[in-house]
Design a protein around this ligand. Structure first.
Ligand SMILES: NC(=O)C1=CN([C@@H]2O[C@H](COP(=O)(O)OP(=O)(O)OC[C@H]3O[C@@H](n4cnc5c(N)ncnc54)[C@H](O)[C@@H]3O)[C@@H](O)[C@H]2O)C=CC1
Ligand SMILES: O=C(O)[C@H]1O[C@H](OP(=O)(O)OP(=O)(O)OC[C@H]2O[C@@H](n3ccc(=O)[nH]c3=O)[C@H](O)[C@@H]2O)[C@H](O)[C@@H](O)[C@@H]1O
Length: 510
């Protein structure tokens, strides 16, 4: 009996209904093993939740990075994600293992998830747009090399549509008679809420070949998720629909943010309030209220990368108009970041040269230490371009990471830290501190770039007293009570809100 077949029976939640002889097969069959290649923001939390929800499955998460695996095996996990510690502690050493012995665990696995990074290419054909599939290809070649039994290979990484076809070719050309079934099972979790997203997903999407073997593989994976995800939320499609749905979902989400950010510029020009506009628009049940917060721009490792990838795929498929449409989402995001920088500089007498500017928040959103593509990088670089002195505070981002981010070229920061240069150049004029009060002491202005809850409850009177005057607050996340701050004496800029008279006289030119 092939492993795909064994897996299918063993995982079936209908196990109680299986007749005696099949049950013997189940008892005889070994414990099902899952291996996930890539112990990052997706691989780590996703596999920890599978291990927690499926005690009968053994899950190994493997990575080429020794330091990352060591951290997963320690008390200081390599990523900050609320609730993750608890899940890992419950399963680690029981049915959840983290290891650098990639080949051993792939060899033993029935189902191999591939959750390696797929950053934007920085060189060669498609540079600046296409996904870099180097990591994926090397993982696929390794799977083909070490496998001695049939396996289901699951695309967990976000990949260009039709990647499964390329992966299939790599696997089958090197397979020596072993059968592989490729599934696409993109991940929709958001950082900061990964555990709750994984516990209670809107949907799990599984795409596979429309052959009997493909359908059997889909069933096997479906049976893993059905340990905790209701049947109606597990969607199955063909491979290409699953791959494209992931890119489409991220493009739609990012498009909403660019739409509201575009409106925020118009609000500032007209005296409308973007929060009131978002609320009014979002109460239409066809539009819905979520993801309509104006901001200094979206960040994160995926929105920009996935849209650029989508643009590239459209161009390669002879669809320049469609490519141009999606490109605008990125252009508005870049416009929003430079508009913010211009607003800061123009408000402060058209120069920030040698002025201390406090940066509160560097992560791309709250509740994560991840800085990939964070708008803070572009804003800080913009201010440094005008010769500002920056004092940066973020509760979860280290000095080393901030210095790396500010000294690296675009897209290089998308690679995991252990694949980046070992000694980052220190950017002069940037200091990183571990306290918001220290960051703002003697500063001329404050830029709030991440919506950390603690920034809402700072003692702004104390901060004001210790700052240069006039003291400015530029709230890129609309989290402070602007009226209260104005009462204290601050000049306040809130994205998309009616402008202070001071700011009105100094319009930002984007
Ligand atoms: N970060 C997020 O919230 C989400 C990310 N995704 C997608 O998931 C994929 C992974 O993203 P992250 O987990 O954020 O990336 P990551 O960079 O945090 O982790 C990827 C890991 O793969 C490892 N790796 C690379 N090549 C390897 C190989 N050949 N063998 C073993 N390990 C290898 C790297 O060392 C790294 O630790 C990407 O395609 C991303 O677009 C999808 C949904 C959410
Ligand atoms: O493929 C991915 O990597 C993931 O990308 C996003 O998740 P993530 O980037 O972790 O975080 P989001 O909550 O989507 O925020 C992305 C950026 O948009 C910004 N944002 C979000 C919402 C909003 O209303 N306004 C806004 O500016 C955030 O501050 C952040 O910078 C998607 O939400 C996930 O579904 C997807 O799986």
């Amino acid at each position: 009996m092939s492993i795909l077949h064994t897996t299918f029976f063993f995982l079936s939640p209908l196990v109680k209904g299986v007749h005696r002889s099949s049950f013997k097969v189940i008892l005889k069959s070994k414990m099902v093993k899952i291996c996930c290649i890539g112990a990052g923001y997706v691989g780590g939390p996703t596999m920890a939740v599978i291990a927690l929800k499926c005690p009968s499955i053994e899950v190994a998460v493997v990575d080429i990075s020794k330091s990352r695996i060591a951290a997963w095996n320690s008390d200081q996990l390599p990523i900050y994600e609320p609730g993750l510690d608890g899940v890992v502690k419950q399963c680690r050493g029981k049915n959840l293992f983290f290891s650098t012995d990639v080949e051993k665990h792939v060899f033993e696995a029935d189902i191999v998830f591939v959750s390696v990074n797929t950053p934007t290419k920085t060189q060669g054909l498609g540079a600046g747009k296409a996904a870099d599939l180097t990591y994926w290809e090397s993982a696929a070649r390794m799977i083909a090399d070490v496998s001695k039994s049939d396996k289901i290979v699951v695309e967990k990484s976000t990949v260009p549509v039709k990647t499964a076809e390329a992966i299939e070719k790599i696997l089958t050309h090197n397979s020596r008679g072993i059968k592989f079934q490729i599934l696409s099972n993109p991940e929709f979790l958001a950082e900061g809420t990964a555990i709750q997203d994984l516990f209670n997903p809107d949907r799990v999407l599984i795409g596979g070949r429309e052959t009997p073997e493909g359908q059997k593989a889909i069933e096997a994976l479906k049976n893993v998720y059905s340990h905790w995800v209701p049947e109606e939320r597990i969607l199955t499609t063909n491979l290409w629909s699953a791959e494209l749905s992931k890119l489409a979902a991220n493009a739609f989400l990012a498009q909403r943010i660019s739409s509201v950010n575009a409106m925020s510029a118009l609000c500032e020009a007209t005296g409308a309030n973007v929060q009131q506009v978002s609320y009014s628009v979002g109460t239409d049940s066809r539009i819905g209220p979520k993801f309509l917060n104006a901001s200094v721009g979206f960040g994160g490792s995926c929105f920009q990368k996935d849209i650029l990838n989508l643009v590239y795929i459209c161009e390669c498929n002879g669809l320049p108009e469609v490519a141009e449409y999606w490109k605008q989402v990125i252009k508005i995001n870049d416009y929003q970041k430079s508009r913010f920088v211009n607003r800061v500089v123009s408000s402060m007498f058209n120069t920030v040269s040698n002025k201390k500017i406090a940066i509160l928040g560097f992560a791309f959103k709250k509740d994560t230490g991840d800085t990939r593509e964070t708008p803070a990088i572009d804003v800080c670089k913009g201010l440094l371009g005008d010769k500002a002195n920056l004092s940066i505070y973020d509760p979860q981002v280290t000095e080393d990471q901030i210095q790396r981010d500010l000294s690296m070229n675009k897209f290089d920061w998308d690679h995991p830290i252990h694949l980046q240069p070992t000694s980052p150049t220190t950017v002069k004029k940037v200091s990183v501190v571990w306290d918001a009060y220290e960051a703002t002491k003697d500063a001329h202005g404050i830029c709030i770039l991440t919506e950390w809850d603690e920034f809402k409850t700072l003692d702004y009177q104390k901060i004001y007293d210790n700052m240069q005057k006039p003291a400015f607050v530029f709230d890129g996340r609309n989290i402070v009570d602007a009226d209260k701050l104005r009462e204290i004496g601050f000049i306040v800029y809130s994205i998309g809100k009616p402008l202070d008279p001071w700011l009105k006289d100094m319009p930002a030119v984007a």
